[in-house]
Design a protein around this ligand. Structure first.
Ligand code: GAL
Length: 416
């Protein structure tokens, strides 16, 4: 349990003294809640840190008395950060706030008692009326809400370099089988069809292949039990995923998502499947949308928004609780979201943000996100549709699947 014996003792001691328990940090130091806020995220590398910096700049302006302590740990999708964070939470050493995703990803932290219910902030800031209903649902566990969303990212995107496609006389594929046809032609010309990175990017690709092949309903059914992993459609989609992977550089995969995208920029690879944080990264490389890079929905998923939402928590025992509340208010504010998202390659979670701030790729993204005919599904890789345990089981099964290509065994591993 996150409510450690030590914290209980401290809280108990203070109750006896008649002081509010929240006036004590996890380290036992008295704290009036202001002064400093330690925020833990994985936004440390190009394409990630610019958004955080913009959010922090807005936060500083509105909270001049609070020092921002940036505890970011680099590594795409938080793979390294999540391990570091887990150790800190286990050791009763929480930051004042940490990055997570809307959706089931937070289930184990809630169960362990690591995070506080922040519905009082939702009431105070009237966030429920200012966020999409579906997002609020994804944030709600047994009627309680444990984090504050700062954005909406889209996962199902296929990035390319328009000049490279032009050279090869190609237009982006509308289905994964079309991609495979193009891949054969690209190979003959010495171009790698698809660049890929570490394990989480392979999971991200799997999610996009499943979505493209099964459609929004079939994909959603994978997570609510309506779609059979061992049925023919999923088995065929898994077999196709293996073929797609064979057209990538998985054997010599890039160390993270940015170098995988670099191959597309350089023209040594034709395509890369990645979320729209890629837009932020490509802009840091001084590329212009529709000139140096472009994007379409990943094959078979046009008009579907495979969404995820970065959100921040209030850990139990946060040493600077009042400053942490100010940070969460910042994350949920229009000014914070409109500072952050144009730099982050995401669209605002809030419905009342200033759309004029979103240009280039983001103008298209916001139009599609707010179009009532767009179908919304939740990301597997980025926390929406699978809890921690299930997601970890998929990671284990996928690491084997990439080696042995056994679709039935994979389905077994995933449903066990
Ligand atoms: C996701 C996160 C994004 C972006 C991406 C790559 O999990 O939601 O904001 O940081 O990882 O690191």
């Amino acid at each position: 349990m996150g409510y450690s014996r030590r914290n209980l003792l401290i809280a108990g001691g203070l109750t006896v003294l008649g002081l509010p328990a929240c006036a004590v940090g996890a380290d036992g130091a008295a704290d009036d809640g202001a002064g400093k806020v330690e925020v833990f995220s994985w936004w440390a590398a190009p394409g990630e840190k610019e958004g955080l910096e913009a959010l922090v700049a807005d936060f500083r302006q509105r909270n001049p008395g609070i020092e921002f302590d940036n505890a970011a740990v680099a590594g795409g999708a938080g793979t390294i950060a999540k391990t570091v964070l887990a150790t800190r939470l286990e050791n009763d050493d929480p930051p004042d706030s940490y990055q997570t995703h809307a959706g089931l990803e937070l289930d184990s932290d809630i169960e362990a008692g690591y995070v506080e219910d922040v519905r009082y902030l939702y009431d105070q800031q009237r966030w429920r009326d200012r966020l999409p209903k579906g997002l609020v649902e994804a944030l709600t566990f047994d009627g309680r809400i444990y984090s504050v969303p700062v954005n909406i990212h889209r996962a199902n995107l296929l990035w390319f370099n328009p000049a490279v496609l032009k050279t090869h006389g190609l237009t982006p594929p509308a289905s994964w089988s079309q991609f495979l046809t193009q891949a054969a032609a690209l190979r003959e010309k010495g171009v790698l069809p698809l660049s890929i990175g570490p394990a989480w990017t392979q999971k991200h690709l799997l999610e996009c292949v499943l979505l493209g092949e099964l459609g929004a309903d079939g994909y959603t059914g994978l997570w609510d039990g309506a779609t059979d992993w061992k049925g023919a459609p999923v088995q065929e989609a898994l077999a196709l995923f293996v073929k797609v992977l064979d057209q990538s550089d998985v054997a010599t995969a890039a160390g993270d998502w940015q170098p995988a995208l670099d191959k597309v920029v350089a023209g040594t690879a034709a395509y890369n499947v990645m979320g729209d944080w890629a837009d932020a990264y490509l802009r840091t490389r001084k590329l212009v949308f529709q000139e140096g890079y472009s994007v379409v929905a990943s094959p078979g998923s046009a008009k579907v928004y495979d969404f995820l939402s970065d959100s921040f928590t209030l850990p139990r025992g946060a040493p600077h609780r009042r400053a942490a509340e100010q940070w969460l208010i910042e994350c949920g504010s229009v000014s914070g979201q409109d500072a952050f998202n144009p730099q982050k390659g995401s669209v605002p979670a809030r419905l009342d943000a200033d759309k004029s701030k979103y240009t280039g790729y983001l103008a298209l993204a916001i139009a599609e996100w707010t179009d009532s005919s767009t179908r919304v599904v939740g990301s597997l890789t980025h926390g929406v549709v699978a809890g921690t345990k299930r997601s970890a089981a998929i990671d284990t099964a996928l690491a084997l699947f990439v080696q042995d290509r056994d679709t039935v065994k994979f389905a077994d591993g995933v449903t066990r």
